[in-house]
Design a protein around this ligand. Structure first.
Ligand SMILES: Nc1ncnc2c1ncn2[C@@H]1O[C@H](COP(=O)(O)OP(=O)(O)OP(=O)(O)O)[C@@H](O)[C@H]1O
Ligand SMILES: [Mg+2]
Length: 450
């Protein structure tokens, strides 16, 4: 019989809980304070704990921590009257399986207990999917994938690293263009020199020009002193020109000159400055097409595309998904101090079959969200939110007819449903406060499905 230990100083709460849980068929024990709780825990080795936070002799979270030291997978459900976002987050971070507010909704408690027990069984059944933790730098600077497409990319990177040839990296959003640029930089002759990135779509034309080439004092109103541009700052390193397709016509001409003559002047300056940096450009648009339609200069395109690396979208290299999941989970665990190392049933197939419009970045985001929502050490299917789960959501997003409000409304609803309308947990997941979520539920008229 499944044993549940209840720790609460309020007698009527203890008795009510015992009664309801006994009805479901659990065998229950009750303690009125922390010391008694620890005592019963040692004597009875229960399968699950339900504990209040404010106990006369201790804090429920400390009691939980003591128990978890000897049994890290012990499911603990925390109950409290003092519910606020901070204590909810603290409880979840310390490994509580769930966090419920008083007055206790008994149905919610039952569901939570059932899930916690199932989660523990699943965790005991599954072997660890992830290897032991690996070093930080390996997680951020490694390119993962053994698909044919990725193998071609490794070869190409290898061909570029001992030269200073200009490289053009093409690929959909989130395929790893910046990562590849960094790997080229850090594995070649440039590795001890600066890597300087410029996003060509983020600045106005004038600002971008001064960002790239620098300016002399008095070149324009705000130019109160001389400033070096990225080409100078990069020295013999790399200038990474991201979103190159967004560069204006006149800057395209100036960049072409840099590539041809290997020199430039600061804005407003007269002295020619030699360029020694290697250039890596990236784009998620089809540059050839832009050349054909006259929106990108053909001569610049030829200069930039001497050596092109094309990254195939993730949906065309599904073989890489599994290795990426392992890698990204390691990275996420380290970043948000969790230890999700097992993969629930059906999760890998679901991930392999998704179309990943946002590529590796979308996979990373989906996994981060799932790790945040997962309790215990198993990546559960229920915690994974894929855009195409909801056809309408996805299609409408793609044609761009949703307002931000509509997206917010439908996302809040998705999270509330995932969390069984547990307000405290939904707030943690959405990163908003309780008053805010209540306001939004009311404003959007959100309701729990019958
Ligand atoms: N093959 C891969 N192996 C490991 N991590 C990857 C891989 N590809 C991408 N990533 C990771 O995915 C995320 C997105 O990659 P990155 O920023 O390089 O993409 P991008 O192509 O520049 O995207 P965008 O077009 O949106 O700027 C990063 O966290 C990166 O580390
Ligand atoms: Mg990028």
């Amino acid at each position: 019989m499944t044993k549940i230990l209840i720790i609460d100083d309020d007698e009527s709460t203890r008795e009510t809980l015992r009664m309801y849980l006994a009805e479901v068929g659990y065998s229950t024990f009750a303690a009125a304070n922390g010391a008694e709780g620890l005592d019963l825990w040692k004597r009875e080795s229960p399968d699950l704990i339900v504990s209040d936070v404010n106990l006369p002799d201790a804090n429920g979270l400390e009691i939980m921590a003591r128990m978890k030291e000897s049994d890290p997978n012990m499911p603990v459900i925390i109950i409290t009257a003092f519910d606020d976002m901070k204590s909810t987050i603290a409880a979840m971070q310390k490994g509580a399986y769930d966090y419920l507010e008083k007055p206790i909704d008994i149905n919610r408690l039952k569901i939570s207990i059932q899930r916690a027990l199932e989660n523990r069984l699943m965790s005991e059944r599954l072997a660890a999917f992830l290897p032991d933790e690996i070093a930080d730098h390996e997680l951020n600077d490694t390119l993962i994938g053994k698909s044919t497409g990725m193998r071609e990319i490794y070869k190409k990177i290898g061909q570029t690293t001992n030269t200073r040839v200009t490289v053009l990296v093409q690929g959909e959003s989130g395929t790893g263009k910046e990562l590849i640029a960094k790997i080229i930089h850090y594995s070649g002759v440039t590795k001890n020199q600066p890597f300087v990135a410029v996003n060509c779509s983020a600045l106005t034309e004038t600002l971008l020009e001064s960002e790239l080439f620098g300016h002399v004092r008095g070149a324009f109103t705000d130019a109160i002193r001389d400033k070096k541009g990225k080409f100078e700052l990069a020295g013999e390193g790399t200038v990474f020109l991201d979103e190159i397709s967004e560069m204006s016509e006149s800057l395209q001409v100036k960049l072409l000159r840099v590539l041809q003559e290997l020199e430039f002047e600061r804005v407003g300056g007269e002295t020619s400055i030699p360029v020694r940096a290697r250039i890596i450009a990236a784009t998620n648009r089809n540059l050839e097409e832009l050349v054909r339609t006259g929106r990108f200069r053909e001569d610049l395109y030829y200069r930039l595309s001497v050596f092109t690396i094309h990254i195939p979208p993730l949906r065309e290299r599904k073989d890489d998904v599994e290795a990426l999941v392992v890698h990204l989970l390691n990275k996420i665990n380290l970043k948000i101090h969790r230890s999700v190392r097992k993969i629930g049933d059906g999760v890998m197939d679901m991930l392999k079959n998704h179309d990943w419009r946002g590529n590796v970045r979308e996979l990373e985001n989906a996994l981060t969200q799932a790790v945040v929502l997962s309790r215990g050490d198993v990546l559960e299917k229920e915690t994974i939110i894929l855009r195409s789960n909801d056809g309408a959501f996805k299609n409408q997003l793609e044609v761009g007819i949703w307002t931000l409000e509509e997206v917010e409304k439908s996302y809040i609803k998705i999270i509330l449903d995932k969390m069984d309308w547990n307000i405290a947990r939904s707030c943690v997941s959405l990163g908003i406060s309780k008053p805010t979520i209540y306001r939004k539920i009311q404003a959007y008229g959100l309701k729990r499905d019958a």
